[in-house]
Design a binder for this molecule. Structure first.
Ligand SMILES: [Zn+2]
Length: 257
């Protein structure tokens, strides 16, 4: 693995008092083996969005939609978080002000140890009753029978944001507020093509944050980044995480390192 050269500017920001936002997308989970939706081998080349991930599809064919989510839940349950996820969990423990904003629904950040996560697109492990509105987590990979039912008798749906649905507004508003007030913003493994989430790197830049993109290729938002670190999140983030240990060692660590 090729070591990433951490710029002196970025290194100077890797101290506990820096307010940090990490914004993640499918790329970080793809490194663990979670199939992505876009791109060459994306799921949307194989399946039709309108058949599976819209409120209309669920109203018309709830069982078919649930079979697709069951398949994905089962697949994700066998996948483990990677070193990139672990590094993000380390960030949360290190920085006194930290917020993770994720577009991923797979729960890998939770499993890596992050506790403060704004999930813009929901969570595949959450179920929501379409009658009484109850929400709860259910980590069983396969629910049976399908579609699952709430205690009230109503039908449960996956707690994810479907195409044509609004993002949970309180979650997005909090993500924007955190982005506006941070000093350092990382955009990790996202192509920055899905709006409104894709606005966040630009908002960070407008409000004075130092913006760093970590991605295997330059994203649509790369032009707003001060630095683009090309490569896998699972390789680059652990290197940044190693710099945090140096920062924790306090004055003198610069000389020692
Ligand atoms: Zn209910």
């Amino acid at each position: 693995m090729v070591p990433v050269l951490v710029s002196s500017k970025l290194k100077s920001l890797l101290i506990p008092l820096t307010r940090v936002v990490v914004f993640t997308g499918a790329g970080i989970s793809a490194e663990s083996g979670v199939p992505t939706f876009r791109g060459q081998n994306g799921l949307w080349n194989e399946f039709r969005v309108e058949d599976l991930a819209t409120p209309q599809a669920f109203a018309a064919h709830p069982q078919q939609v649930w079979e697709w989510y069951s398949w994905r839940r089962e697949l994700i349950s066998k996948i483990t978080p990677n070193q990139g996820h672990s590094a993000v969990a380390h960030f949360e423990r290190f920085f006194s002000s930290f917020c993770l904003v994720s577009q991923n629904v797979d729960g890998l950040h939770d499993r890596a140890g992050n506790q403060r996560i704004l999930k813009l697109h929901g969570d595949i492990w959450e179920v929501r009753c379409i009658s009484c509105g109850l929400r709860r987590m259910d980590f069983r990979p396969v629910l049976s029978p399908l579609p699952p039912r709430c205690e009230c008798g109503g039908m449960l749906r996956p707690g994810v944001v479907w195409f044509g649905e609004m993002l949970p507004s309180d979650v997005f508003e909090r993500a924007v507020r955190e982005t506006q007030s941070c000093d350092l913003f990382f955009s990790v493994g996202t192509s920055a093509e899905v709006f409104p989430a894709a606005q966040l790197p630009g908002i960070a830049r407008q409000h004075g944050a130092y913006v760093v993109e970590v991605n295997i290729e330059r994203s649509a938002a790369a032009h707003v980044a001060h630095e683009v670190l090309l490569g896998k999140a699972g390789e680059i983030l652990p290197e940044l995480s190693a710099c945090l240990r140096g920062a924790l060692a306090g004055p003198g660590s610069e000389l020692a390192g």
